[in-house]
Structures are given as structure tokens and as C-alpha cells.
Design a protein around this ligand. Structure first.
Ligand code: PLP
Length: 287
């Protein structure tokens, strides 16, 4: 993997990166994170990522112990120490910190901050050329009144169990429904369908992570003249769609061509998906 890790300001190769077993991130999954990547060595949509990080922190009553500028300096130092010259993957984690075995936040006055830097690896070209298979999981997305999916939380059991199910069934991704049976998102990406030429994604109140790529695609759509809309979606909408795709920071826009035992549209990456991917890449490459 060849990662370089910054743990509370101490930068080391991955084998020397350590954190206490009494960190509440480890004990209770109490923490939040962001995944970013660079294009031409620059962090893409940094301000949007830090805004979401702060929102996640607020939703778990965690004080973020740095300014955006301080975090950016730490990330730059970690990338510099890694010696990587290509594009990098950057994961920032902030946990409740180290303390006694209690849920009382007073036991953990100092949050832990971890930055993981490794090479960014694009998905194989055939993922974009041929599209991927997704499965609709039986595991239901967290109820917003429980661990709200709006929080980009280190507590990833819900997503991990759904992805296990998807992998067992041969899926590149797993699509999750909410407690009402509506489609929400995938285990590590957001979901879109295409119908009547418009890209449609479930609204945030379906209970899903406000993906930065998802959000950015609304801007891209406006620029290139493709409607990008939010509407509640169910299985039947997906199966009847002309196209479908997923979005995430590390995978951009990936066509979904089959779901469970159904073919979506023509079973090949469609024109709206490809145009949005192209528009997205142009904007991302331009910084
Ligand atoms: C559950 C979930 N939904 C959506 C996304 C995509 O978000 P972004 O576009 O910000 O990478 C992720 C990314 O990791 C995720 O974990």
C-alpha cells in the first residue's frame, strides 16, 4: 500500500503509524473523516470537503482542532514527506480522542487527528468502458434518526455489512434502500439514474451522505446543459432507467449497466453518463 501517515503531527511510514487502543475512534467508532484526492497535485474541492468535515463534527458534537489553513498545511507536509510525485489519495480522520472507557465526552478532551496519504489509483479503464454490476442490498441504510448518514462517520459498520453482501453477490457496489424502501446511495458512492435525458438522484432527506462529487455534478450539469435533479427513487425507477451511474471522489462517474438480474437501458454506458463523466473530468483537470 505504501502509505505515509500523520498522527497528531507525527509523520511516519505506515508501519510506524500508531494510535492508542483507548482512542474512542477505535473503541466506539466515534469519529469522522473525509476522503480527498489531488488533480495535478492540487486537492480537489478542498473547501467543500472541509465544510462537510465540520458539519459531520458538529453533528457528533466534536470540536475540530484546526483551521482549514492548518489542515491544508499538515496535508501538504504529509504529501511532501511521502515523496509521491503522482496524484495522491488523502484521508483525514478526526476522532473523539484518547480516554477512559466511558461514552462521556469529558473523558476525551483532545481529539486525535490522522492524515493518511497514498498513491491515488484510478479504477481500471474497463470500469468506464463497459460499466459495472451493482446489487441492491438487503442491509438497510441507517435511519436518519439513528447514526445519520449525513455524518461521514468512522462508524462504518452499516456500509461494511452492505458491501460484504454486494461482494458475495458479485457486485462492484451495493445499493442501499432506506427504512421506507426508497433507494438512498451505494456503500461508498452516490447513486444516479438517467430518465428522459435528465440525471436523477435521491434527495438528501432519503437519508444519505451529501457526496461532494454528487454536489459538483449539479454544477457540471448546468454548465453542459444536462438537467441534474433530486427525486425519490425506488427499485422500479432504477430498473426502468435508461442509464444509471455512481459517483465518488476516487471513482468520479462510473456507469452501472446491470443491477441484480436486470439490465439497465442498453446494458452499456449511456450517452448522458459519458457526457457527465467527460464534463466532470474537464472541470476536475482544470482545477
Ligand atoms: C456512503 C457514501 N456515499 C457517498 C460517497 C461519495 O462521496 P464523495 O463524492 O464525497 O466522495 C461516499 C464516499 O466515500 C460514501 O462513503
Amino acid at each position: 500500500m505504501a502509505a505515509t501517515v500523520n498522527v497528531n503531527g507525527r509523520i511516519t511510514p505506515e508501519r510506524d503509524a500508531v494510535i492508542s487502543v483507548f482512542d474512542h475512534g477505535f473503541l466506539y467508532g466515534e469519529g469522522i473523516y473525509e476522503t480527498m484526492r489531488t488533480y495535478h497535485g492540487r486537492l480537489f474541492l478542498y473547501e467543500r470537503h472541509t465544510r462537510r468535515l465540520r458539519n459531520s463534527a458538529r453533528m457528533i458534537s466534536l470540536d475540530v482542532p484546526f483551521t482549514d489553513q492548518q489542515l491544508s498545511t499538515q496535508i501538504r507536509d504529509t504529501i511532501a514527506a511521502s515523496g509521491l510525485t503522482g496524484e495522491t489519495y488523502v484521508r483525514v480522520l478526526v476522532t473523539r480522542g484518547v480516554g477512559d472507557l466511558t461514552y462521556d465526552p469529558h473523558a476525551t478532551p483532545v481529539p486525535s487527528v490522522v492524515i493518511i496519504v497514498k498513491p491515488h489509483v484510478d479504477p481500471p479503464a474497463e470500469v468506464y468502458a463497459k460499466g459495472v454490476h451493482a446489487v441492491i442490498c438487503d442491509i438497510v441504510r441507517n435511519h436518519p434518526g439513528s447514526v445519520n448518514p449525513m455524518i461521514k462517520s468512522n462508524n462504518l459498520m452499516n456500509s461494511a455489512l452492505a458491501m460484504q453482501e454486494a461482494l458475495t453477490r458479485g457486485g462492484f457496489e451495493g445499493i442501499m434502500r432506506n427504512y421506507k424502501g426508497e433507494l438512498t446511495e451505494c456503500t461508498t458512492s452516490n447513486l444516479f439514474i438517467v430518465r428522459h435525458g435528465a440525471a436523477v438522484t435521491p434527495p438528501l432527506d432519503a437519508g444519505l451522505l451529501p457526496g461532494i462529487t454528487r454536489e459538483f455534478l449539479f454544477d457540471v450539469g448546468k454548465e453542459i446543459g444536462i438537467d441534474v435533479l433530486e427525486q425519490p427513487l425506488r427499485d422500479a425507477d432504477l430498473f426502468a432507467a435508461d442509464e444509471a451511474f455512481l459517483t465518488s471522489t476516487t471513482r468520479e462517474v462510473v456507469p452501472i449497466v446491470t443491477v441484480d438480474d436486470r439490465t439497465i437501458g442498453t446494458g452499456t454506458p449511456g450517452p448522458v453518463t459519458n457526457t457527465l463523466l467527460d464534463g466532470f473530468r474537464k472541470r476536475a483537470q482544470a482545477g
